[in-house]
Design a protein around this ligand. Sequence first.
Ligand SMILES: NC(=O)c1ccc[n+]([C@@H]2O[C@H](COP(=O)([O-])OP(=O)(O)OC[C@H]3O[C@@H](n4cnc5c(N)ncnc54)[C@H](O)[C@@H]3O)[C@@H](O)[C@H]2O)c1
Length: 313
Amino acid sequence: MNSEDIRKIVIAGAGIMGASMAQAFALKGFDVTMYNHREITLEKARNRINAAMETLVENGEITGEQGALALNSLKYTASEDCFRDFDLLVESIVENADIKKDFYRTVSGLAKEDAIIATNTSALPITDLQEAVKAPERFLGMHWFNPPNLIPLIEIIRGDKTGDDAVNAVYGISEKIGKKPVVVKKDVKGFAANRIQLAVLREALHLVENDVISIEDLDKVMKYGIGPRYAFLGPFEVVDLGGLDTFHSIGKGLFPDLCNAAEVSPLLSELVDSGHFGVKAQKGFYDYGEGKDAEAIKRRDEILLKLSKILFE
Ligand SMILES: NC(=O)c1ccc[n+]([C@@H]2O[C@H](COP(=O)([O-])OP(=O)(O)OC[C@H]3O[C@@H](n4cnc5c(N)ncnc54)[C@H](O)[C@@H]3O)[C@@H](O)[C@H]2O)c1
């Protein structure tokens, strides 16, 4: 199977990620089925996709007609029958290795011989998940970023048994839907982007917990200082522009002082233990009650759309 042969796509797991991924494929005219084992979740996903499509229309990204066409083409199902006839399945169910493996065993038994199965796992080893798949050479990581319909990057991760054909096919299909794929050659924990993202988060939590800076000001450090540069330059480009000698001497003094904790920070753990999961629970580091949750998502999407126009068009 190469990217030209991929027409029928199943997205499994109608959560935050899956719903938006289905939207991204549907907008490019693919035959997309959104699968979830619970009907109620499918209904919520449908509402989220409708709202996200409206934002695209309101911002002039697509016409109302294009949005309606994509919405009408999307299929929603809680029936495993959809696994009998797909070219590419992107699994985006809960981040739990045992649940994912059970799911692959079921799907592998039903899938066509040449079908490709990809996982959107954030951090589980592809090589381990691959053990539960009937055709491991056609299994790989396809890691999207939230919100998947707007963030261009897709990491394509090889497991030990992943074949070149599957990597090339998923690379090709990612480009076809307007994404910027990269290949992660080794199945390391967290792949590339999450290692960097979590290194930043660990240091940010460390600074706040040690009362060096407030949560609000730390967010400003990223938004007004580091973030704007990283929106269009990679770390190596930043260093080239700033001077390798300067960064070398900063690194010599600073690396030994950076947080290297092996445990998740108490601040984050306490919030999670209290059920403060963020926007989806209307409370995280900030409060999202009284409609602020929907506002936060809309604001993020609108700014991302504007930025994408400047940065990527
Ligand atoms: N949220 C992020 O920012 C993000 C980013 C990249 C990757 N991911 C990964 O994407 C995957 C999904 O994450 P999410 O944030 O969308 O989670 P989520 O909790 O919003 O959605 C997971 C969905 O999977 C469904 N599900 C659970 N078991 C299932 C099963 N056996 N069959 C079908 N559906 C099942 C649940 O009903 C739920 O709707 C995870 O592997 C996660 O690590 C998440």
